[in-house]
Design a protein around this ligand. Structure first.
Ligand code: NDP
Length: 459
């Protein structure tokens, strides 16, 4: 297909070069300009990868056919987009947060994560659910100048013109002022030969990264003129030391296992928690368990999970040693748990409006504000941690984990359709290895075949 836009003629068909490689081309003024990979349509990219031997044709067909998002939306959310990557979207049930019961949408490839969250939510319910306090929602921007000849003089100059910084910030993003947000605080400091302007911004219902970057760049440009030098950088910081705090107090009976009374399990949970504060290897895995829930829910909300995880781990290390984000104690009657975690989230902006499943996640979880989202995710992280610790100090995590993992093992062994359920069931009472799964699948198929043969004989 050929098209003309203005004086430019386009050829939209794949064109091959002398070696036969596809160089889908734009004809411009008689010249062939090979299109860059990101400029190709999705179909052209798939065609090119098949042609160059990087992608099998049936894989290309799968990628072409498999889409949930409208193509135009997917093309704008991802660069070099080939397809979409579906993951299960499930919910943790009945998580009571500040007196309101929530269903929390979670996206992930590990079934035990959602199961543990629901289990943790059920235990927390025995204590009236999770109470969460959220901090003021602000994001910090940094404008940094390097190699400043007289840093103290620069700090004095910038501080004396703080009003201009407020004006520049308002001018750069007037709509956020209209919504009641915008710049809230300016701090200027010299750090060696660097000068840093710290801008604390209220992004209202948004996560705020782009908003803060816009304001920071405007301030950088203006201050650069005062200092007669360009800023080194102007961008938000993903760091925050103002955490969301989730707490729970549960009667110990609610954490009893088949073989251990609740008071013993609670004491063992508290001991495991204490060990995390003196052992970074344990602290890291403890926090991974928390992030199992928080990241899965962040993805379901269409939010930036990299921003969330970076901030969380930086916070965990803020004392200089990597520490657990939760602390559990017991007095023998109640088990007390607390999670402190920063959560940079938004309920508008970014990809939230473009992803229908993110909108559904908000409706499922009754999430209307950033504070709602923060409260739900912090509560989820806390109960996720509770379920993991109880399993760890009780029956161990492998029995429950591997029981749920059996489905994935059945698929990996080659089971399809109704075979998956049948094989998953058989794997519950035997070794959960790929070799054993393949043996059982072969047996299942042989049994089915002989049953069919018997039926034919009867007919
Ligand atoms: P956006 O750039 O999408 O800005 C927020 C949008 O929401 C604006 O268009 C704003 O409208 C609109 N809006 C509507 N109602 C409200 C309201 N009540 N309060 C606030 N805004 C409202 O999103 P963010 O600034 O939040 O940036 C988040 C994105 O930035 C994410 O996709 C993230 O991945 C990305 N990012 C992250 C970085 C990091 O973490 N380091 C770095 C750079 C980008 P209006 O324009 O009228 O104000």
């Amino acid at each position: 297909m050929r098209a003309r836009i203005g004086t430019t003629r386009f050829c939209l068909e794949p064109v091959t070069d002398r070696d036969g490689a596809i160089i889908t081309a734009v004809f411009y003024g008689g010249k062939i300009l090979p299109k860059k990979f990101y400029q190709l349509s999705r179909e052209e990219r798939l065609q090119q990868l098949v042609a160059e031997g990087s992608l099998a044709e049936n894989d290309a067909d799968y990628l072409a056919a498999n889409h949930v998002l409208p193509s135009a939306v997917a093309a704008h959310l991802g660069e070099n987009q080939l397809g979409q990557f579906p993951l299960p979207y499930g919910i943790a049930r009945t998580l009571m947060v500040n007196g309101v019961t929530r269903n929390v949408a979670m996206v992930g490839e590990e079934p035990s994560v959602v199961a543990a969250a629901s289990n943790g939510a059920r235990m927390a319910l025995a204590g009236g659910g999770v109470q969460v306090a959220v901090p003021e929602h602000t994001v910090t921007g940094e404008v940094v100048f390097a190699d400043v000849a007289d840093p103290d003089a620069a700090v004095a100059l910038i501080s004396s013109r703080e009003d201009d910084i407020w004006d520049a910030a308002a001018y750069a993003h007037p709509s956020i002022i209209g919504r009641g947000g915008g710049l809230k605080q300016v701090q200027v400091q010299a750090i060696g030969q660097f000068v840093k302007i710290r801008l604390v911004i209220d992004p209202q219902a948004a996560m705020g990264a782009n908003m803060v970057n816009t304001i920071a760049e405007a301030v950088a440009h203006m201050v650069g003129q005062w200092l007669h030098q360009e800023a080194l950088l102007a961008i938000l910081s993903n760091y925050t030391d103002d955490p969301v705090v989730a707490t729970v107090a549960i009667p110990v009976a609610a954490v009893a296992t088949k073989s251990l009374p609740g008071s013993v399990v609670a004491a063992r949970i508290a001991a495991a928690s204490a060990f995390g504060f003196i052992d970074e290897e344990r602290a890291t895995t403890n926090n991974k368990g928390i992030m199992n829930g928080i990241e899965a829910a962040t993805i379901a909300l269409g939010n930036d999970y990299r921003a969330v995880s970076t901030a969380v781990h930086a916070y965990a290390a803020q004392s200089g040693a990597y520490q657990p984000l939760t602390r559990w104690t017991t007095d023998g009657k109640m088990l007390h748990g607390q999670l402190r975690v920063p959560l940079q989230l938004g309920v508008v902006g970014g990809a939230t409006a473009a992803l229908p499943l993110a909108q559904i996640a908000m409706r499922l979880g009754k999430i209307a504000t950033v504070a709602d989202a923060q409260a739900v995710l912090a509560a989820l992280g806390l109960v996720q941690n509770l379920a993991a610790l109880r399993a760890l100090v009780g029956p161990g995590i492998q029995s429950g984990h591997m029981a749920l993992q059996a489905g994935a093992l059945a698929i990996a062994a080659g089971a399809t359709g109704t075979e998956i359920d049948a094989l998953t069931h058989l794997l519950q009472t035997t070794d959960k290895t790929i070799g054993r799964a393949k043996e059982l699948l072969a047996q299942l198929r042989a049994d089915k075949q002989s049953e069919e043969n018997d039926n034919e004989d009867r007919d």
